[in-house]
Design a protein around this ligand. Structure first.
Ligand code: AMP
Length: 190
């Protein structure tokens, strides 16, 4: 049976992490979040984690080589998975091309990109609200939050065209109740 490989896409604060939880349970997928992996490295105090911490603290993107290497390891370690949800990856064209290379080599290409769409002021409100409780430093400073959104607009949003050219892009309204948005995502998976 072919695997279900989903890119869950959207700006910071769009709800990718929250929605991933529902989708992994429903479709029995392995969740790969580069943000979560980087935060785990930071908490473990590894050299990589300490280096990434500074970049994340400024709201910039970590280098392509690092995140591509992390994803490569996780894909190889989960050969038997029914599929993956990529959350927060890819974030650049180089990352998207590397991911296609890895998955196409296994004849398990990306099935669909689900792009959550949320207006900027709503994102800022959500992220600062999350920062008040999550302890994530990059959610607590409005300048950093806005820089992350700029990075998304400049480097990541163009990936909509990349997946659109492959006929895989689906826009999802990311405003509404959590359950409502989950239902939209499930409908889009088909
Ligand atoms: P996230 O949890 O997805 O919002 O990611 C938090 C931070 O980790 C981002 O602001 C980046 O600094 C870094 N990061 C996570 N994923 C990537 C990626 N695919 N490419 C580059 N940087 C990333």
């Amino acid at each position: 049976m072919s695997k279900l490989n989903i890119v869950l896409f959207g700006p910071p604060g769009a709800g990718k992490g929250t929605q991933s939880e529902f989708l992994i349970n429903r479709y029995n997928l392995v969740h790969l979040s580069t943000g979560d992996i980087l935060r785990a490295e930071k908490d473990a105090g590894t050299e990589l984690g300490l280096m990434a911490q500074e970049i994340m603290g400024r709201g910039e993107l970590v280098s392509d080589d690092i995140v591509i290497g992390m994803i490569r390891n996780k894909i190889e370690a989960n050969n038997d998975a029914k599929g993956f949800i990529f959350d927060g990856f890819p974030r650049t064209k180089a990352q998207a091309e590397a991911l296609d290379g890895m998955l196409n080599a296994k004849s398990e290409p990306i099935t669909v990109m689900l792009a959550l769409e949320v207006p900027e002021e709503e994102l800022v409100k959500r992220l600062l609200g999350r920062g008040a409780t999550s302890g994530r430093a990059d959610d607590q400073d409005e300048a950093v939050v806005r820089n992350r959104i700029r990075e998304y607009e400049n480097k990541t949003a163009p990936l909509k065209e990349y997946y659109s050219a492959q006929g895989k892009f689906k826009a999802i309204d990311g405003v509404g109740g959590i359950g409502e948005i989950t239902a939209r995502l499930i409908q889009a998976v088909g």
